[in-house]
Design a protein around this ligand. Structure first.
Ligand code: FUL
Length: 699
């Protein structure tokens, strides 16, 4: 019986529709490479290169390849950690914007051949290939189109060189699941020594149509990712979440209407939802790093995302029909830090615990309609097998069917999963779920867009003996392939540490009732550390680490690096910048407000009230989703008396447009200062700089 259902389900998806009276496919449809990509659900992206040693997010292009000499580079350790997290493959950054090639390329001298690692005979991409093969993981590659090293960048020769790099990578390292193309383009760089700014027209310069044809020719099974596809689109943020409603179809906005979209062109108008009935099947990838930045920075060691943060992102990406692409950042030794590995492992463990058992298995199913009354081919039993393409279908005119599951016993669950047979397109628009609990039917959930996957994570567990699914909106007959009920074990969350503007530290934990322990000296907290009972004052700031413990579990450690209180701080200059976003908003300790200067160059001078020993400066860009006025290049000066000034730091806030997290500038040596001047030498757009919060860290 099982076998027959499997075969017939497969045939229904593959044979000419009329032969099996199968529903007509609806709208844009996925290719085989896209179907394979959907089935992966999660993979990692690995950033390791010169930035790992220079402590930057984007290299300038003049870095010495000799910087790369890891003592213990171990592709196996990195890929194994991804596998333990439940990820199905890795995308390796073979060349980032700095231009250094991690494989022995013939196209440029700026490569791993110039590094002392393995006497210039090493090949990191080959080592990842071997690790993936050993661990049964898939491999994908990212070769940055923007190259701040190449003298040819911006000229036609570079496009040819870039294609030769892809040819080498896609010919010599076996089968790839994805060809990953970043959308960051042009700007200042080394460019063979000319050290200038080069701008390109992102819609025409790269000749993407030709490059895609080349990729399809060498790697026909690889999905091509770019900001705007063509196979997989960027979700529009680097925070790892898709829209609550998320369509796998997409239609780019003008001026690309009517022709194939090109990578990078509409990057910041992407939005997280896609386009209902869009012309192309172009599902979203949600990329986000396990750490705040994509590359390893020791200062971010206490901010590795915890398993519960990863779970939250999982439900907001994979749970909305998108894929999750999690950034991993090997350290200068060439491996992942133990904290990163531990977080991946626990995340993988909880996923496994949750999804290895479908609690709906064994239920008896009854549908208000089954296509042609053909139960063996289109009956609801197909929802409970492991085949993503066998499905329950209704007659053409039945678009609001109901399905009732009677569970063998009262069952407790907190996650619901639905999937459509996407070989027939994305059809269902909305549905509701009721549970038979306490002797009556109760609505427990309602959601939109299903597609490849829809997960509903309930706030509280529900115990029920029956479940009713009602499709409330669908333009055509339904073709649903999976229905699952799961129980996610409850994790003791890491505590939340906050600091009030008066310098009071509060720590809370969830679920409530656990005990909290903390340290203030940077050491990891344990149950013998100080026991937190009530908020305490920490006016000078510092590093707070906390841990929650209950009778069953111990949480991950939470950390907060707090600066000194700003109650005595004064904005010396500018005095006032309009009613709406005054300069003082940059020092009000409220990240939701931001100041906005009216012209460039913009600078602010802050009086911190007294002399202090400052080790770092922090800048939080505006957090309202608009990036106008965000500072990309800065200069910081400090002074004890506001007469004599010293230049303390200058540089670039790389990748701040796509990833607007707090930026920390650590000074070469601590500065004794009462006054600080922050000057924006370049901003993203708009007339003057914006800042949500400016701060310092004390020695
Ligand atoms: C971005 C790049 O600019 C970042 O450096 C990183 O590689 C990320 C995955 O894509 O757009």
């Amino acid at each position: 019986m099982k076998k027959w259902i499997f075969l017939s389900g497969l045939m229904a998806g593959m044979l000419p529709c009329s032969a099996q009276n199968a529903p007509q496919p609806y709208g844009a449809l996925p290719t085989q490479a896209q179907l394979d990509w959907h089935e992966m659900e999660m993979y990692c992206i690995i950033h390791y290169s010169v930035d790992t040693y220079t402590d930057r997010e984007w290299g300038y292009g003049d870095e010495d390849p000799a910087l790369i000499n890891p003592a213990r580079f171990d592709a196996h350790q990195i890929v194994a950690a991804a596998k333990a997290g439940g990820f199905k493959g890795v995308v390796v950054v073979a060349k980032h914007h700095d231009g250094l090639c991690l494989w022995p390329t013939e196209t440029t001298a700026h490569s791993i051949r110039k590094s002392p690692w393995k006497n210039g005979k090493g090949d990191m991409i080959q080592e990842y290939r071997e690790a993936c093969d050993q661990l049964d993981m898939k491999l994908g590659l990212y070769c940055s189109p923007w190259d701040r090293n190449s003298a040819y960048y911006g000229k036609p020769e570079y496009v040819d060189l870039y294609r030769r790099q892809l040819k080498e990578l896609y010919t010599n390292y076996g089968k790839l699941f994805i060809s990953w193309h970043d959308g960051a383009n042009g700007g200042d760089g080394y460019y063979g020594g000319s050290r200038e700014t080069r701008k390109i027209d992102r819609s025409s310069y790269y000749g993407w149509e030709t490059t895609w044809a080349l990729i399809r020719n060498i790697q026909p099974g690889a999905a091509i990712f770019g900001d705007v596809g063509p196979d997989v689109r960027w979700v529009g943020n680097e925070e790892g979440h898709a829209g609550e409603t998320c369509w796998a179809t997409y239609e780019p906005q003008a001026p690309e209407q009517g022709r194939l979209p090109s990578n990078g062109f509409t990057k910041y108008q992407l939005g997280t939802e896609g386009t209902r009935n869009g012309k192309y099947w172009m599902p979203a990838e949600c990329d986000v790093s396990l750490r705040p930045g994509w590359f390893y920075h020791a200062r971010e060691n206490s901010r590795v995302k915890t398993p519960d943060e990863l779970l939250d992102l999982y439900y907001k990406s994979v749970g909305r029909g998108a894929n999750l692409d999690l950034g991993l950042s090997p350290n200068p030794d060439g491996q992942l830090d133990p904290e990163d590995v531990a977080s991946l492992q626990q995340f993988g463990y909880v996923l496994h615990q949750t999804f290895s058992k479908n609690l709906a298995a064994g239920a008896s199913l009854s549908a208000s309609n089954t296509r042609g009354n053909n139960l063996s081919l289109y009956g609801p039993e197909n929802l409970l097998d492991d085949d993503r393409y066998s499905y329950w279908a209704t007659d053409d005119q039945v678009t609001n069917p109901e399905l009732t599951l009677t569970l063998p016993t009262e069952t407790t669950f907190n996650v619901i999963r639905l999937r459509e047979n996407i070989r027939l397109g994305q059809r269902i628009e909305a549905f509701t779920i009721e549970a038979f609990t306490g002797g009556k039917w109760e609505k427990i959930a309602a959601a939109t867009s299903i597609g490849a996957n829809r997960l509903i994570r309930l706030q509280h567990s529900v115990t029920a003996s029956g479940i009713r699914l009602t499709i409330t909106q669908s333009p055509v007959a339904v073709a649903l392939s999976d229905f699952g009920l799961y129980h996610e074990p409850e994790l003791l969350r890491k505590p939340v540490i906050t600091r009030s503007s008066e310098g009071k530290i509060s720590i809370t934990s969830s679920p409530k009732g656990s005990k909290i322990y903390y340290t203030l000296d940077g050491s990891p907290p344990t149950p013998s550390s100080s026991h937190y009972r009530t908020p305490f004052r920490l006016p000078e700031g510092g590093l707070v680490k906390a841990l929650a413990v209950d009778e069953r579990q111990q949480s991950q450690t939470a950390s907060l690096q707090a600066g000194p209180v700003k109650t005595a701080w004064k904005m010396v200059q500018p005095k006032y910048q309009g009613k709406k976003n005054p300069a003082e908003y940059a020092i009000d300790d409220r990240p939701e407000t931001f100041c906005q200067a009216s012209s460039m160059p913009s600078e602010m001078v802050i009086d911190m009230g007294r002399k202090q020993n400052i080790k770092a400066f922090t800048y939080l860009p505006r957090q309202d989703g608009d990036n106008s006025g965000t500072v990309t290049h800065y200069r910081i000066e400090t002074s004890e008396d506001s007469v004599q000034w010293q230049e303390t730091a200058d540089g670039e806030f790389s990748n701040i447009k796509a990833n607007p997290v707090e930026q920390v500038v650590i000074f070469q040596k601590p500065a004794s200062a009462r006054f600080i001047r922050f000057k924006a030498t370049e901003i993203l757009s708009g007339s003057g700089m914006t800042a949500a919060e400016i701060g310092v860290l004390l020695k």
